[in-house]
Design a protein around this ligand. Structure first.
Ligand code: SF4
Length: 213
């Protein structure tokens, strides 16, 4: 029986539409990463941050989650503020920025057109999320960014969306697992409309840190 690895191969073939989008981006920008983005961080992580999917200009371009797009500025700055990172984040996978006790991954590993994966793509990629979580023996808390990440994490633990509704700041005890803390996604749209403020995000990570210790 084959075992799903925690990170998909860069050329994972499972989602036809996303493969086509990767290939389209590779033709237009052959110098970009254009593949299934691997997780980034500490294998001894006590905190796992789960995003939606790589941004076309973010991880799809640079190969490191949240690196090079707007959402990464707030996320990496916040992780550093709460002691989960060292170094200077410079939006470049070679910037030496290092996560300490934390890891970042995505519910869907390939960039979807318009940042919108289909339900089938989310389901198809879930075995990698399952494997990612299972490979973190010290994991205490998962921060899910947005409702899709929230639902996908619930399902990795055999739970349904009706078992725990998404809300910013909601905490869920996952079955036989860590605590799930859910957050609005730190996207440009959410921060510019002030649906998510820096203060809200930092309050949530302060709580995540308490749970991680
Ligand atoms: S989204 Fe996930 S399952 Fe689909 S092709 Fe990419 S890595 Fe494979």
């Amino acid at each position: 029986m084959s075992v799903t690895p925690p990170d998909a191969p860069k050329d994972c073939p499972r989602c036809r539409r996303l493969v086509a989008y990767r290939e389209e981006n590779a033709r237009a920008h052959p110098d970009w990463f254009n593949g299934a983005a691997p997780s980034f961080g500490d294998p001894n992580a006590r905190l796992l941050v789960v995003g939606l999917a790589p941004g076309r200009m973010g991880a799809n371009r640079t190969g490191r989650p949240f690196t090079g797009d707007y959402a990464g500025e707030l996320l990496y700055g916040t992780l550093k503020k709460f002691g989960f990172a060292t170094g200077e984040y410079r939006a470049d996978p070679n910037d030496g920025f290092t996560l300490v006790g934390a890891m970042i991954t995505n519910a869907v590993r390939c960039a979807p057109p318009e940042n919108k994966p289909t339900p089938e793509e989310i389901k198809t990629c879930r075995p990698f999320l399952n494997a990612r979580i299972a490979a973190l023996p010290k994991l205490k808390v998962i921060v899910a960014l947005g409702s899709i990440a929230h639902e996908s994490v619930l399902r990795t633990h055999g739970m349904k969306p009706t078992d725990s509704k998404f809300a910013h700041g909601a905490e869920t005890a996952l079955l036989n697992g860590p605590t799930l803390v859910s957050s609005y996604h730190c996207s440009r749209y959410n921060t510019q409309t002030r649906r998510l403020t820096t203060e809200m995000f930092e309050t949530l990570f302060a709580r995540a840190k308490e749970l991680a210790i």
